[in-house]
Design a binder for this molecule. Structure first.
Ligand SMILES: [Zn+2]
Length: 415
């Protein structure tokens, strides 16, 4: 939006998430950020010259914060589900042909997410390949560049890690203000312990967050613990397999777990001891229940994590393991799976994700000082759980407009 101008976004109901809902509520936006939150009448008096976009029969919520996704997959080419290692083997087999359409898939996935009310996207892709499409989507976000030491021709871990950090830095040049490039240590079975440890240390020194996949599948647990199973069939050359402990304990031992780290999935056999490690190290979790179900990975102990103070956000994962990029739809599945109330669900989808990604001071709720990131949702007359009604509506295609940093990036009604 043009500098110095103000705009008011208002709706029949405004749900700031960090404070109670407001009837005929509004946010006053200046230079992309929220200057004030209140009733439309109040804010209209405060800034009488503002342009007003009023959606009387709708609800405004914070935009969805997707804490773990992959943009570069095309829905129609998805391998069947079943076992995680079977799926991964097919994924690897299809990588050469996938290259031809990755950019188009990333553009479509990003568009789908934006049109479902997503305003912040944490994306992981090999060497950050989906960064251009995220940057041009209008969403804010971070691309986590995955690296695979096997691609580096026997180079030393120091060299590999400096190379991927240099790449992330290079990608950073010329990006929109709210798009970043960071590093991902893909998983315990694709990145060796020394490269993992160095990447974690170096990125923390830079003040960067780090994305990882952790304890996603039964095969990963078996691979780390025993060194056998479906992943050993694929990655048998990895000499560090079979270390006799859980993936969470292993990740802690190689210094991957810290408040800057976002661990996706944590779906399989996460024990009470693992949970204590997660809580103690301050690592955040990205919960992807639809992907976990599709790949037979189990159910992440999310209520227990939240009880123990682990920061939890929601992630859609990518279209090869999940039916949509709609984070509110993902969240409705979590609500059903864990018996959560609507308010908890709405918080997980928004502020929870922002906390997990370390950006809660910037987005995730409608509060003065944060970016004006919001979704306008058409909600059917409701039940006694209004937050659940909004989630359900947004899950089912009810998002009619998406605003990122005060800019209307998607709008199919006239507000
Ligand atoms: Zn993933």
């Amino acid at each position: 939006m043009p500098e110095g101008e103000t705009v008011i976004f208002a709706a029949g109901t405004l749900m700031p998430v960090s404070s109670p809902p407001i009837r005929d509520g509004a946010v006053l936006v200046r230079d992309g950020r929220i200057a004030a939150v209140g009733s439309l009448a109040e804010l209209g008096r405060e800034a009488p010259d503002s342009e007003v976009r009023f959606f009387p029969n709708y609800t405004i919520v914070p935009g969805a914060v997707n804490a773990h996704a992959h943009l570069g997959f095309r829905r129609e080419d998805a391998p069947e589900g079943g076992t995680f290692s079977g799926w991964l083997a097919k994924l690897i087999e299809r990588l050469p042909e996938k290259e031809a359409w990755t950019a188009e898939a990333a553009r479509d996935s990003a568009r789908e997410a934006l049109e479902a009310g997503t305003t912040y996207m944490a994306e992981s892709s090999p060497y950050g390949e989906c960064l251009p499409q995220l940057a041009e989507s209008g969403m804010a976000g971070t691309v986590y560049a995955e690296f695979f030491p096997g691609d580096f021709d026997g180079a030393a871990p120091e060299e590999i890690v400096e190379s991927i950090i240099g790449r992330a830095r290079g990608l950073q040049a010329g990006l929109p203000e709210r798009v970043d490039a960071r590093v991902s240590v893909h998983s315990p079975y694709t990145v060796d312990p020394e490269s993992s440890r160095l990447a974690a240390r170096r990125t923390r020194e830079l003040g960067w967050t780090l994305a990882i996949h952790l304890s996603e599948s039964p095969e990963e647990v078996e691979f780390v613990r025993e060194g056998t199973g479906g992943l050993a069939d694929i990655f048998g050359r990895n000499e560090w397999r079979g270390v006799g402990v859980s993936p969470v304990r292993y990740a802690e031992s190689i210094e991957l777990l810290a408040p800057q780290t976002i661990a996706a999935h944590l779906a399989t056999l996460v024990s009470e001891e693992d949970l204590e490690i997660l809580a103690r190290t301050g690592v955040a979790a990205a919960h992807c229940p639809r992907s976990n179900e599709f790949l037979g990975c189990g159910v992440s102990p999310v209520p227990r994590m939240m009880e123990m103070g682990v920061r939890v956000g929601m992630g859609t994962d990518g279209l090869w393991s999940s039916p949509s990029m709609n984070l509110f739809e993902e969240t409705m599945v979590a609500v059903g799976l864990h018996g959560l109330g609507g308010a908890t669900g709405l918080e997980l989808a928004t502020l929870g994700g922002a906390r997990a990604l370390g950006i809660a001071a910037e987005t995730g709720s409608l509060e003065a000082g944060k970016w004006a990131d919001l979704a306008v949702v058409e909600v059917a007359p409701g039940t006694d759980d209004p937050e659940r009604d909004v989630l359900e509506a947004a899950a089912g295609g009810g998002v009619t407009a998406t605003v990122v940093g005060g800019d209307l990036r998607y709008n199919r009604v006239e507000g």
